[in-house]
Write a protein that binds this ligand. Structure first.
Ligand SMILES: Nc1ncnc2c1ncn2[C@@H]1O[C@H](COP(=O)(O)OP(=O)(O)OP(=O)(O)O)[C@@H](O)[C@H]1O
Ligand SMILES: [Mg+2]
Length: 282
């Protein structure tokens, strides 16, 4: 299970995040970037953060610690910002926290070199989870103490938005042409040889067990939360086996009008919206 902490103070919103994540202090004296259950993107974003984040960690990729954050909306009462107040009011109960990396900077391909082995591991992992949100427009990676850290796995596993079509969707290829690490000659074959054998039913069962029940309950078409967990396991397990052969790496696209679906467009930063092809591989 993820460690559970209790929010003690709402510090500030992170305006660059489409879902209005906020920096929150907790009773363990930790500081977290919190994604709220009351945000427009809904609880599936949080499920994706846990499943993909904890899977990444077990595969040896760098990702800040995840916790669940118990929130009493009363901590937002003094918030001057109406939007933040509404969000906190709608987010009582469990939310998702990610350890805040103080002093980290957003990944910039011109300022930070990544080797083909590491780039390959990240691209292969993103293909596995069908991450459409790690493009050069919005890399969702941080550099901290000289290392590359992965964040923001909310826009992944598109198949969980339509379970009846999940098997077909999970079988689709992955276009990594616009991936933020595409220029670093990612060695996806080596990454697949190393990582695919690790993605076992047992590992995925362990990872999905960490998703809080309340984010899975009453999923249409399922009788229990464990049945939902098994659906995540099945989709990822089948995808792990051969996805590296279906990753395409062509010339990156030029900016053009967004073709992202509405639920994703709302997550894109203002500067990226209207220019993206982030729907790649979806
Ligand atoms: N653990 C962290 N430590 C430090 N800064 C962080 C951390 N997590 C997120 N941030 C900062 O907050 C911003 C928003 O976070 P994140 O990308 O997870 O939110 P989001 O709402 O899903 O964003 P978007 O959909 O716009 O990419 C990041 O771009 C980064 O600058
Ligand atoms: Mg982001």
């Amino acid at each position: 299970m993820l460690t559970e902490v209790t929010a003690t103070r709402y510090v500030t919103p992170l305006r660059e995040g489409g879902s209005l994540p906020g920096i929150v202090e907790a009773d363990d004296l930790g500081t977290y970037v919190v994604k709220f259950t009351g945000a427009g993107q809904g609880r599936k974003t949080l499920v994706a953060e846990v499943v993909c984040g904890q899977l990444a960690r077990r595969l040896g990729l760098r990702i800040p610690e995840l916790v669940t954050v118990q929130l009493d909306p009363v901590i937002g009462l003094g918030e001057p910002d109406q939007e933040v107040q509404e969000l906190l009011k709608a987010s009582g109960g469990l939310n998702l926290g990610m350890d805040y990396l103080p002093g980290s900077i957003g990944f910039d391909p011109l300022a930070y070199e990544v080797g083909p082995a590491e780039a390959g591991r990240v691209v292969w992992f993103d293909a596995l989870i069908n991450n459409v949100d790690r493009s050069w427009r919005n890399p969702n990676m941080l550099v901290w103490h000289g290392d590359l850290w992965l964040i923001d796995h909310g826009a992944t596993m598109i198949w969980h938005h339509n379970w009846p079509g999940a098997a077909a969707s999970a079988a689709k290829p992955y276009d990594a042409s616009d991936h933020a690490l595409a220029p670093f000659r990612p060695d996806v074959a080596a990454a697949a040889a190393e990582l695919a054998p690790l993605v076992t039913e047992e590992l995925l069962t362990e990872v999905t067990a960490e998703v809080p029940d309340e984010w899975l309950v009453d999923e249409p078409g399922f009788d229990s939360t464990d049945e939902v967990r098994r659906a995540y396991v099945a989709a990822l397990l089948s995808r792990a086996a051969g996805i590296h052969e279906r990753i395409t790496l062509n010339e990156p696209s030029k900016p053009r009008p967004s073709q992202a679906p509405g639920w994703l467009a709302a997550r894109l930063p203002v500067t990226g919206a209207g220019t993206g092809t982030e729907g790649a591989g979806a």
